[in-house]
Design a protein around this ligand. Structure first.
Ligand code: MN
Length: 475
């Protein structure tokens, strides 16, 4: 409703940083813009289209290809066709069944004529000067995938909110061992190496909704994994593949595109199928080598059938891609790799039989308890040889009597624990034990009570088969 009340041609401010408008680009390649949608609101979709038409230099825009992935809403049938009939560069194709993002994008790609492909979600607004910074690095080196800075359009009011990027906080894409994409910030040491704050930034992963790629390079690098359904994981797969097989991923700070972020995915999943997990498993099977164990240990339950990945493995071989270790060492050396663990899995209180968890991926927050669900995820914890209880970059901390999580810091003794032979979790700094009181974990004087005993699967060192030695070999 908010969108319907706003012009599909609305004006946006120039959100670029000082200096962006003055950058001179060499001769730039032209691009096809491919926008896939499934039951998108009409005004939201049209505003995406008009923002591309209104803010792209005519000679750089070959066409806009709209791919309807089997929508069933009436406004997207004849009314949409009638509307775009007056827009010369816009064409519409429809899938014959629900294909999902990957196969719908591949349909758009099969029809595209531009030198470059630019993929956009169907709920975006391209702002002033968005296109040239995406094409510039591709003109320089076609083996480059470039993503814009993604600003937020609020889903309730359609307000355009500039993301909080600054010279001190340069967003990059990262991931965790659930193979979930997250935003991170460029590490301090890399920030120091930057001469020009407006130059593109190397990013380990891309969010996936919005990016440009040379069409021939997209073909050469193996497009997408067409075995992936609906949504999820394809961006991580592409990110690993591009870096491992000789390309690079960049974020162009001068390109800004607004995107409507939604609270939850609005799409009906395939009944009885965990699509996200299937897609992620395909990525893990093809690209993670022996490191896939760190993904799988998160889900020692109902793993789904991921299908056949032999073609993707053949592609990896044909392109002579690096082993995954190379990516860990060179592209994302800050990522925590759980090589050094002595216990792992859910932590179950022996008195109440409930599990320690954190509810969301907030970096600071309390540790709670909940019925053990046996599905890993937010109840999965690792004990490291450095005495941390952690998952990815979260570590448990004793904070007065409370137990919470904060970003891991090796030398922070508030984060140091022992999992002792008597099954107590001993907080070294306070010389106290983790206790369960009113279903809350707290620190208390060690008493030997059953409420202070925790069941947690212990690991022997030999179980951690990926070792530093193989690490060295790959370099
Ligand atoms: Mn989106």
């Amino acid at each position: 409703m908010a969108s319907d009340r706003i012009s599909v041609h609305r004006t946006l401010a120039d959100y670029r940083e000082d200096g962006c408008a003055k950058i001179q680009y060499p001769e730039l390649p032209d691009t096809s813009v491919i926008i896939c949608f499934h039951n998108e609101a009409m005004s939201v979709l049209l505003r995406t289209v008009h923002s591309v038409l209104n803010r792209s230099p005519d000679k750089l825009l070959t066409e806009i290809i709209l791919v309807d992935d089997f929508s069933d809403q009436d406004h997207l049938k004849a009314p949409l066709e009638a509307y775009i009939a007056r827009l010369p560069k816009v064409r519409l194709v429809r899938t014959e069944k629900r294909e999902g993002l990957v196969r719908a994008r591949l349909l758009g790609y099969s029809l595209a004529k531009g030198t470059v492909l630019t993929f956009l979600d169907s709920h975006c607004e391209c702002s002033e000067g968005w296109l040239e910074p995406l094409l510039g690095p591709i003109a320089e080196d076609p083996q480059t995938v470039v993503a814009p800075i993604i600003d937020s359009i609020l889903d309730k009011s359609m307000a355009y909110l500039k993301s909080g990027r600054s010279a001190a906080h340069i967003p990059i894409g990262v991931f965790d061992w659930n193979l979930v994409f997250h935003w991170g910030y460029l590490p301090e040491k890399d920030k120091k190496l930057r001469k020009d704050p407006l130059e593109p930034v190397k990013t380990p992963t891309i969010a996936g909704g919005l990016f440009s790629i040379d069409r021939e390079y997209f073909t050469k690098i193996g497009t997408y994994d067409a075995g992936m359904d609906i949504w999820g994981g394809e961006n991580i797969e592409m990110s690993f593949r591009v870096w491992l097989c000789g390309g690079r991923l960049l974020i162009a700070p001068c390109s800004r595109v607004g995107h409507i972020f939604r609270k939850t995915s609005p799409y009906n999943s395939i009944p009885g199928k965990n699509v996200f997990q299937k897609n992620s498993m395909r990525a893990a099977e093809v690209w993670l080598d022996e490191y896939k164990q760190y993904y799988y240990e998160r889900f020692n339950y109902r793993l789904v059938d991921f299908g056949d990945v032999s073609e993707r493995l053949a592609l990896k071989k044909r392109l002579k891609c690096h082993p995954f270790e190379w990516y860990l060492n060179n592209i994302i050396p800050e990522l925590y790799v759980p090589r050094d663990t002595t216990a792992g899995g859910e932590i179950i209180n022996m008195k109440d039989g409930i599990c320690l968890e954190i509810t969301s991926r907030t970096v600071h927050g309390p540790v709670n308890t909940y019925t053990c669900h046996g599905q890993g995820g937010n109840q999965f914890w690792l004990l490291t040889t450095g005495h941390q209880i952690r998952r990815d970059d979260h570590c448990m901390r004793g904070n007065g009597n409370a137990v919470d999580v904060e970003p891991c810091a090796k030398n922070n003794t508030a984060q140091h624990w022992l999992y002792r032979e008597d099954d107590t979790l001993f907080h070294i700094q306070s010389e106290s034990c983790m206790d369960l009181q009113d279903r809350k974990p707290v620190l208390a004087k060690c008493s030997g009570n059953r409420s202070q005993k925790w069941m947690w699967k212990r690991r022997t060192q030999a179980a951690n088969s990926v070792k530093e030695s193989s690490f060295q070999q790959a370099i």
